[in-house]
Design a protein around this ligand. Structure first.
Ligand SMILES: N[C@@H](CCC[C@H](N)C(=O)O)C(=O)O
Length: 277
């Protein structure tokens, strides 16, 4: 199987061009190929496929083989792949995901994509749609007991579920391997959850670390950065356009509240091409 290793600010996946390749059991392939010792090493597997309803389809699998509805860093990489590799010459394109069709604008320099802006659609705050088990319609700044400690959490879906916790403690010092799995598998989250640990640096800047459902700690999460920006705005912590600083780099996120659409802008990088034996 031919593949391409790519990353979006350090959130790395193995990409397979399914116009040329067939992947029989993507969940199994995702587990094997993601292994950082016995495989290629990645946060998961992303298939680039033909679509009947959009220009392309993206199918994403976490490192544990589970399917993610959407991947913000992944969709920027898919957009770069299809343009740079000549599968399209469009600089505005649409990509089908399990979370609906996303619309993308490319910045091209010297024939290659340098920046990708994604219309991520509307955020979902209703608890039963995320889903989060709750007595209230939405979960905004509510206490959640995890491993004997109470966290103040806000939950948002960007097509996939996120639980955001703003804290005073420097998130760079947290041991996510201790607390991440407890959030991910908490009884309140029937579909498990991605968790963002966040410091508000100022009205325009957030610092975030993420524990991803199905992949553990990653260097960045695009849907997580969008969900975090929305959570910060509904909690009155930031303005409507923010820079989210992640371990692997920065993303620009804007929630246009008039249209109720979230826009994410960031880079995408091709690392190498390979072939499995
Ligand atoms: N890293 C991604 C999100 C990948 C999916 C997530 N782990 C899930 O299961 O929902 C991003 O950049 O958005």
């Amino acid at each position: 199987m031919k593949f391409t290793k790519m990353h979006g600010i350090g959130n790395d996946y193995v990409y397979v061009n399914c116009f040329e390749e067939t992947v029989e059991n993507p969940s199994e392939v995702a587990v094997k190929i993601s292994d950082r010792h016995f495989g290629v090493g990645s946060d998961g597997l992303i298939l680039i496929k033909p679509s009947k309803v959009a220009d392309f389809e993206m199918a994403m699998y976490n490192a544990d083989g589970s399917r993610g509805e959407m991947c913000g860093n992944g969709i920027r990489c898919v957009a770069k792949y299809v343009y740079d590799r000549g599968l399209t010459d469009k600089t505005s394109l649409s990509i089908e995901t399990l979370a609906g069709i996303k619309y993308i604008d490319l910045t091209v320099e010297n024939g290659k994509v340098s920046l990708v802006r994604v219309n991520m659609g509307a955020p979902e705050l209703l608890a039963d749609k995320i889903p989060v088990i709750s007595d209230t319609k939405e979960v905004i700044a509510q206490p959640l007991l995890v491993n004997g400690k109470t966290y103040d959490v806000t939950c948002v879906s960007m097509g996939n579920p996120h639980c955001i916790t703003f804290m005073e403690e420097d998130v760079r010092k947290l041991d996510l391997t201790a607390v991440g799995p407890a959030f991910e598998n908490h009884e309140k989250f029937p579909n498990r959850i991605n968790t963002e640990f966040v410091n508000v640096l100022d009205k325009k800047t957030l610092r975030m670390r993420v524990w991803e459902r199905g992949s553990g700690e990653t260097l960045a999460c695009g849907t997580g950065a969008c969900a975090t920006a929305v959570a910060a705005i509904v909690n009155g912590l930031t303005e409507e356009e923010v820079t989210v600083e992640l371990l692997g780099g920065n993303l620009q996120i804007r929630w246009d509240r008039e249209q109720n659409l979230v826009f994410m802008t960031g880079p995408a990088t091709i690392v190498f091409d390979g072939e499995t034996v």
